[in-house]
Design a protein around this ligand. Structure first.
Ligand SMILES: [Zn+2]
Length: 279
């Protein structure tokens, strides 16, 4: 059996896969701010998923910038006390096997590209609007690699804009469309009904982010995920309307779609990582 995981800024999910194709019921926990607390909880998860069976491999994503060896976290704006954590070594001790680690957004994007809203497109740009904003480019069902992972949430939309909740820079995409920025701006969670103006504004800022992604990455489709991205209040038609208003040198705009795998995109992506490793 294999274990797959997805550790985001707010939740961490673990599941087993006996055949490398399907997932068992995921275990979902709030992500603790303290890394040692997380390790204690993950030891319990391991006991309950493994039930004394042996594990062939453990694969998944973590929210943050990985070090160059992809063995741990270099920076984690939403989990600052996890910075420097050597997840590969620690998980390998807990599960007694090899561990593959990627950025959480890259893994979720892979999941959407292989079996979600990006299925049957060659070049998929994935944008996750969650606690922070992350994104990745998937080409022919493989995560596009950079020196570090991509950090599209920290692209600058307005150099005199509000502080980015993730890194403190000014006017980043994350300053406008992330869960933490919206919580700060509105002092509460937005509703589908009654907050139309706020959602319209989010759609407009998001369209600028998508325009920039399109200029850099020229994808076939842009898939929007994460809790804010998947929220009913955010209308994809409004995002497309604003996107069309921005002059583009390309003859055709990419498709823009909402994620279809939702919060399970990361686990499905991790399953694909596992398949890639074994092929
Ligand atoms: Zn930032």
């Amino acid at each position: 059996m294999n274990i797959i995981f997805d550790i985001g800024g707010s939740h961490m999910r673990f599941a087993s896969s006996n055949n490398g194709e399907t997932l068992g019921d995921p275990i979902v926990l709030n992500t603790p701010q303290e890394y040692p607390t997380a390790i204690t909880q993950i030891k319990d998860v391991a006991k309950s998923l493994m039930q004394s069976k042996s594990v062939n491999g453990v694969y998944g994503g973590i929210a943050g910038v990985l070090n160059e060896k992809k063995s741990g976290l270099l920076r984690a704006p939403h989990l600052p006390n996890w910075e420097g954590a050597e997840l590969q070594k620690d998980f390998s001790e807990i599960f007694g096997t090899q561990v593959g680690l990627e950025n959480d957004c890259a893994v979720a994007g892979l999941g959407e590209a292989v079996g979600g809203a990006g299925k049957n497109y060659s070049i998929v740009a994935y944008l996750a609007l969650g606690t922070g904003v992350g994104g990745t480019r998937i080409q022919n069902n493989k995560i596009d690699q950079g020196r570090a992972n991509f950090e599209v949430g920290h692209q600058i939309i307005n150099i005199t804009g509000p502080k980015c909740p993730g890194c403190g820079g000014l006017g980043h995409l994350e300053s406008y469309v992330s869960g933490s920025a919206l919580q700060k701006q509105h002092g509460r969670k937005l509703n589908e009904n009654g907050d139309e103006q706020a959602w319209d504004e989010i759609a407009e800022f998001l369209s600028i982010g998508i325009h920039n992604l399109n200029m850099h990455w020229s994808p076939d489709v842009v898939v929007i995920g994460g809790a804010i991205g998947s929220h009913e209040g955010l209308k994809i038609e409004t995002v497309k309307k604003y996107l069309k208003q921005l002059p583009s040198p390309f003859p055709k705009l990419p498709e823009v779609k909402k994620s279809t795998l939702g919060e399970l995109a990361g686990l499905y992506g991790a399953l694909e990582l596992l398949r890639n490793m074994n092929n």
